[in-house]
Design a protein around this ligand. Sequence first.
Ligand code: HEC
Length: 113
Amino acid sequence: MIVRTFPLVAASVVLAAALALPVGAAPTPAATPAGQWKSPQEAWEKTCSRCHLTGVGPELRGRALPPEYIQQVVRNGMLAMPAFPHSAIDDATLNGVARLVSTSKMPKPAAKR
Ligand code: HEC
């Protein structure tokens, strides 16, 4: 009995594998392709500001942080801050974000402290 059904079982395993493979091998839809951001401003508002304007991360505005430093921190992460790979933010956008942050001013009311 076992001998007689084995080829059938083996065949269905092969068939299942063949059916499963194309699905498994299909590239996952690129949720965050390079160049996804309309502007550095948008990237800042939808990522960085969610931590850096809410007190989760330190204040970055008005500190004239060097753009190179900002890019390094974003790409590599820094302690509690996650790293952002190229799939999350492309070089051109990060470049713009770094310049935006670097040249940003602290808004007036908060500057009174
Ligand atoms: C999930 C929250 C989070 C997000 C999103 C985030 N950061 Fe941060 N960031 C942090 C935290 C927390 C720190 C402080 C790290 C530490 O020293 O522990 C930090 C630190 C930094 C620093 C170093 C500040 C200093 O005082 O030297 C820079 C620069 C920075 N982030 C830039 C960015 C930029 C640009 C983005 C958007 C691409 C971004 N961060 C997105 C949480 C975040």
